[in-house]
Design a protein around this ligand. Structure first.
Ligand code: NAP
Length: 264
């Protein structure tokens, strides 16, 4: 699968992708760079960020690797200040960073709960609020894209922390879409299904048997490719989607709908 939008679609824009050193975040960061954006990536592991930054820089635009824990609001604000200082503005934020692990609800510890909810929900909030202020200050507005999950509305036995946090992120998307519309900031969400070569798939479905069960549950009969999400993300943050806000775009091969009682 290759890129979808024409070269230069994001020229002159600056994007921040949290969790941009790995998985879906890296795929989106690379695609934004291919389309001409300056791209900052943020995460906790410096060496991982530097490796990814090298690949992103190969597209010839500005890059910035920011070692950051999205749970720390002051660090988030400082990182966004650094992006504005370096590139003049922040136009695009992708809230992609997440933590997750499988645990029966009754065994989940307070720390486990707090960790996932703080990364996914609080981290998305801290980044969104800081980025929105920067987008308003620049006078250019901007686009915020949250990466959610379909279990925000179906629930997901085994990951109650993540399901609750992603439900909050969906509510945040819809709330901020309306509150920030007058400031020319669009806020949308992509809910991916299982995507190959990502941390989520490696962590949640590590066995061959688990992977087979996932594929069997997808009406389109396969798991997705990172580039499919990157292409959709590039569209959502670009001016091609200028009339789109508060939307939740599901890209999961039909998985969340299930196969019904009569499908063969
Ligand atoms: P991944 O490869 O595990 O990446 C997660 C990223 O988040 C890592 O780069 C990680 O970097 C960063 N991160 C984690 N905690 C952080 C923190 N406290 N502060 C800053 N960065 C942090 O994940 P993925 O599978 O690509 O998933 C990306 C997004 O898609 C997530 O929001 C996930 O919920 C969603 N999603 C994925 C799938 C899928 O099939 N992959 C399906 C549905 C939804 P560090 O560890 O270095 O901090």
């Amino acid at each position: 699968m290759s890129g979808m939008l024409p070269n230069g679609t994001l020229a002159g824009k600056t994007a921040l992708v949290t969790g941009g050193g790995t998985g879906l975040g890296k795929a989106m960061a690379l695609e934004f760079a291919r389309l001409g954006a300056n791209v900052a990536i943020a995460g906790r592991k410096h060496d991982v960020l530097l490796e990814a930054e090298k690949e992103i820089a190969a597209h010839g635009n500005g890059t910035l690797a920011l070692q950051l824990d999205v749970r720390r609001s002051d660090d988030v604000t400082a990182a966004i200040d650094a992006i504005v200082e370096r590139f003049g503005a922040l136009d695009i934020l992708v809230n992609n960073a997440a933590g997750n692990f499988i645990v029966p609800s009754l065994d989940l510890t307070p720390n486990g709960w707090r960790s996932v909810v703080e990364i996914v929900l609080s981290g998305t909030w801290f980044c969104s609020q800081s980025a929105a202020k920067a987008m308003i200050a620049s006078g250019r507005g901007g686009s915020i894209l949250n990466i959610g999950a379909t279990y925000a509305w179906t629930g997901n036995p085994g990951t109650v922390h993540s399901a609750c946090a992603k439900a909050g992120v969906l509510a945040m998307t819809q709330t901020l879409a309306v509150e920030l519309a007058a400031k020319n900031i669009r806020v949308n969400l992509i809910a991916p299904g299982p995507i190959a070569e990502t941390g989520a798939v490696a962590q949640l479905w590590p066995s061959e048997d688990g992977a087979k069960r996932i594929v069997d549950a997808v009406p389109l009969g396969r798991i997705g490719e990172r580039q499919e999400i990157a292409n959709a993300a590039a569209f959502v943050v670009s001016d091609y989607a200028a009339f789109m806000t508060g939307a939740c775009l599901v890209i999961d091969g039909g998985r969340w709908l299930g196969k019904g009682a009569f499908a063969k």
